[in-house]
Design a protein around this ligand. Sequence first.
Ligand code: FES
Length: 107
Amino acid sequence: MAEAGWVRVAATADVAEGQVLGVRVGERDVAIYHLPGGDYCASDNICTHEFALLSDGWLEDGCIECPLHAGRFDVRTGKGQGAPIDKDLDVFEVKIEGGDLLVKLPG
Ligand code: FES
C-alpha cells in the first residue's frame, strides 16, 4: 500500500539525465530534476521571486536558473543563491519505485 504523502509524478525515463521536468500535481506545480550522476530531486516549480516556471530554466552545477531574471536555487536544498532571490524554494523528498518517481508532498 502506498505511504501517505507519496505521489507518483513521472516515470524515471521521462526525465533525461541533466534535465528538468515540470509536472502538475493537484494544485501544485512541481519540478523534477535528474542530476548528472543519477540523483533525482524535486521542488516547487514556481520561482519565489515572481511568476516563472523553473522547469523552463536551466539545470547546471546542481542549481536551477530561473528563465525570467536568472535567479538560481540549489535543487537539493532549495536555497536561493543570491539576488534577486530572497526566499528559498520548497524541496520535496523523491524516491524511485520500479520505473516510477514518487515525490512526498506536504498535506
Ligand atoms: S521570476 Fe525567477 S528570478 Fe525573477
